[in-house]
Design a protein around this ligand. Structure first.
Ligand SMILES: CC(=O)N[C@H](C=O)[C@@H](O)[C@H](O)[C@H](O)CO
Ligand SMILES: CC(=O)C(=O)O
Length: 265
């Protein structure tokens, strides 16, 4: 695995947690899953136990085992393995952060506590800091996903002076459509080497324009190759090809979202 000091960039697949039909974690397919991402999708970074991986629906023990398996199977194949360690219990979160460090993960990410919610920036920062301190050698990412946590504190506000409180802060995973907030995060932190990772796959091209340095998402599990083509087109300033790739990705995600909404209604 790459040195944890290396900046996290490009695509990061938010891994699905494989389950057996009996609701147990199916560890046996994780090795193949890594090979598939690297060889078929050209994706060499993963984000484990997040929204897609249903980390918040797993027990702490399951989360530890899942993290261990991804790190073990990703060794010498993946560039970076980031473990989401957010939890309602600070102690659980700290335990998972310590564990991520012990097993040799490359970073940790944390969402805002979402039941009894932090009322303001300082309360949220203090929580994040307590978790980050449990893994003082690991890069720390804040996972901003207000639609699911209900915590609407703007990322721009949170980032203001964050390294004074959390020295290991390395970046933001931004899963929201507010490009004013995202753009201001980038604009106001130009001096820092933060990773600005966008998390709304259907709108990634707009976020690239705003300065995103990478992306974390569920669709990079199976549309990593396609999205990489969009990133390459953007990189060579071929915006019309980049837009065609984004539209193609949008048509697929739109189709899926409509399917899902039929199930939910
Ligand atoms: C809420 C959620 O799961 N968001 C994912 C990550 O942030 C995205 O990758 C979406 O799955 C994707 O953008 C499709 O809407
Ligand atoms: C998309 C993402 O980052 C997650 O599933 O947590």
């Amino acid at each position: 695995m790459a040195s944890p000091k290396k900046k996290l960039q490009g695509l990061v697949a938010a891994t699905i947690t494989p389950m057996t039909e009996h609701g147990e974690i199916n560890f046996s397919v994780i090795g193949q899953y890594v090979d598939y991402l690297v060889e078929e999708q050209g994706v060499k970074n993963i984000f484990v136990n997040g929204t897609t991986g249903e980390g918040l629906s797993l027990s702490v023990s399951e989360r530890r085992q899942v993290a261990e398996e991804w790190v073990a199977k990703g060794r010498n194949k993946l560039d970076q393995v980031v473990i989401h360690v957010g939890a309602l219990s600070l102690k659980d979160s700290q335990e998972l952060a310590r564990h991520a460090a012990e097993i040799g993960a490359d970073g940790i990410a944390v969402i805002a506590p979402f039941f009894l919610k932090p009322r303001n920036k300082d309360i949220l920062i203090n929580f994040l800091k307590e978790v980050a301190t449990a893994a003082p050698a690991l890069p720390f990412y804040y996972y901003h996903i207000p639609a699911l946590t209900g915590v609407k504190i703007r990322a721009e506000e949170l980032l203001d002076g964050i390294q004074d409180k959390i020295p290991t802060f390395q970046g933001l995973k931004f899963s929201d459509t507010d490009l004013l907030d995202f753009g201001q995060c980038v604009d106001q932190n130009r001096q820092q080497q933060f990773a600005f990772l966008f998390g709304v796959d259907e709108q990634l091209l707009s976020a690239l324009v705003m300065g995103a340095t990478g992306a974390v998402g569920s669709t990079y599990n199976y549309m990593g190759k396609k999205t990489n083509q969009m990133l390459e087109a953007f990189e060579r300033k071929d915006f019309s090809s980049a837009l065609n790739h984004q539209f193609c990705i949008q048509r697929f995600i739109n189709f899926v979202l409509k399917l899902v909404s039929e199930f939910l209604l």
